[in-house]
Structure formats: structure tokens, C-alpha cells
Write a protein that binds this ligand. Structure first.
Ligand code: AKG
Length: 273
């Protein structure tokens, strides 16, 4: 029996599915070309270049991709993985310079190191977040260490991190890391406690849809607060489509219920299993 998406994420930290194909993919690629060609912010020599296009702001070239936020082919998989109704955490387009590279990290970079609790990375704690990358072109720029999302660092990984709980230097090699090799239109759904980094080793043209969700009936994690949805201008929120307006309102509801980002650094009782 093949593993379910949830079982795969529990075992490996990620799950891959084809979402876009045929005419729909071709249309999306045309819109992605427009975004890519409009970027003048990086050059072939730029190692760190990752251009994050703002999502849903007036006139944003990302508007052709807006429907992906509530597309059942995406949200249905995440509902299966997280096991309940979702709140959307926002989205961005990752458009990378050919030489884009990052250091290895878990996505805990905004949390002071002495507040990062290694218990978060254990199977006994339910992690209320799924992040996704969907390549509009072939994309092997996300690298990860399978299975590293819910265990402490191995001695070899700890040596690579050299004492930091944030990010290694860009040049560090990470034992066991592999590229997550996406064909155009494929989506990787992942637990971003996994040890990972962006690294465009093949120097490919990259425009990748990047988004995140949590269960709305459980306390959110710190990712919920790293979003552009908290600060949208009122004039703009009035112009949202009904579908986006619903997602936006649900986000605000959860934010009202859990206003303090720092409260998300404690493991809630509901997350212990
Ligand atoms: O470029 C990527 O796919 C990696 C993104 C990433 O690691 C991050 O945003 O934390």
C-alpha cells in the first residue's frame, strides 16, 4: 500500500504531487515569464538573490496566481496532512538568481536561539504548519535532509551547524541532503522544521509559488505571523475577490484569537500526542 500524504510527511518531512499540467500550466508559465522578465534586482553573480514578489497587492503581477490560494488540489492535500480545516498564511513567488544559495536551516530564524526548544522537532509534537513550493518551471532549488523534521540533529549535522540553531554558512555541506526535484507544475508539501535551504545548483530560471497553511481550529505556530496578510491596507482589502476576502477574514479571526507571536514558542497541550 502506498503511504498517504500524511504518512509521507510524517516519515520524510515532505510529499510531492502534480497539480498543474497542460494548458493551465502553459498559461501559468506565460504569466510567470512576465514576472521573471520584470525583475532587474539580481544578476548572474548574485548568490543571495531571491526575489519575493508581494502577493495580492494592487497591480501585483501575481494576481493570475491568486486562485491557487483556495485551489482544492492544494488545500485538499494539506487538509489530509494536517487533519482539519485550514487557515491560509499568505503566499509569495520565489524568483531566484541563477546563483541563489542560502545556509542550511530549520524555519525558526525569527526566534531567539535560547527560546528554540528541541522538543519542537520530535514525533510527539504535532506541528501545525505546512509549507509548499510549486515550481512553474522545473525546480530543484529546494534542498532538504529527509526525515530531519522530527528528530534532534545527528552528530554530523550538529558539526555542520557548529553550535547555531539558526543558519549555517552558505558553503557548509550537509550530510544526507538531497535536492527536491520538481517537474513543472509539481508541488512539494513540507514540514519546514526539516533541515533545508534554497540552492539553485543547476542555475535554472526559477519562478516558484510558495505558500503556507495551518489548522484554524488549533493554535498556530510562529509561521502564522511571518506574513503579509497582517498588514494589508484597508483600501486594498476592500478590493479583494470574495474568495480572497474569505481567506483574509479567516486569517484575521485566528490572529484575533492568538494575537501574541511569542505565545507560539510554547508547545500547546493540544499539540502533544
Ligand atoms: O528557496 C527555497 O525554496 C527555500 C526557501 C526557504 O528555505 C525559506 O524560505 O526558508
Amino acid at each position: 500500500m502506498p503511504l498517504s500524504p500524511r504518512q509521507q510527511v510524517e516519515r520524510d518531512g515532505y510529499y510531492i504531487a502534480q497539480v498543474l499540467q497542460g494548458d493551465e500550466l502553459a498559461r501559468i508559465q506565460q504569466a510567470a515569464d512576465v514576472v521573471y522578465d520584470s525583475i532587474h534586482g539580481f544578476t548572474t553573480g548574485d548568490k543571495s538573490g531571491r526575489y519575493v514578489q508581494p502577493f495580492l497587492e494592487p497591480g501585483s503581477p501575481m494576481l493570475p496566481f491568486a486562485y491557487l490560494a483556495y485551489d482544492k488540489r492544494i488545500t485538499g492535500v494539506i487538509e489530509q496532512i494536517l487533519g482539519g480545516p485550514l487557515v491560509w498564511e499568505g503566499a509569495a513567488l520565489l524568483c531566484s538568481a541563477p546563483a541563489y544559495t542560502q545556509g542550511w536551516h530549520r524555519d525558526v530564524l525569527q526566534i531567539p536561539q535560547d527560546k528554540i526548544d528541541d522538543d519542537w522537532f520530535t514525533p510527539g509534537v504535532f506541528f501545525n504548519n505546512i509549507q509548499l513550493n510549486m515550481g512553474f518551471y522545473d525546480d530543484a532549488s529546494l534542498w532538504a535532509v529527509p526525515g530531519s523534521h522530527n528528530r534532534p540533529l545527528t552528530p554530523a549535522e550538529a558539526a555542520a551547524f557548529a553550535g547555531t540553531k539558526h543558519s549555517t554558512a552558505d558553503t557548509v555541506e550537509m550530510p544526507g541532503a538531497i535536492p527536491i526535484d520538481l517537474k513543472a507544475g509539481q508541488c512539494v508539501f513540507y514540514n519546514n522544521n526539516i533541515i533545508h535551504r534554497g540552492h539553485n545548483a543547476r542555475h535554472e530560471k526559477r519562478v516558484t509559488y510558495h505558500s503556507g497553511y495551518a489548522r484554524k481550529d488549533l493554535p498556530p505556530t510562529w509561521h502564522f505571523y511571518v506574513t503579509r496578510l497582517a498588514g494589508l491596507h484597508e483600501a486594498f482589502t476592500r478590493a479583494l475577490t470574495p474568495e480572497m476576502s474569505k481567506l483574509y477574514d479567516e486569517y484575521q479571526d485566528v490572529l484575533r484569537q492568538y494575537p501574541d507571536p511569542q505565545a507560539s514558542w510554547a508547545i500547546p497541550e493540544s499539540a502533544r500526542r
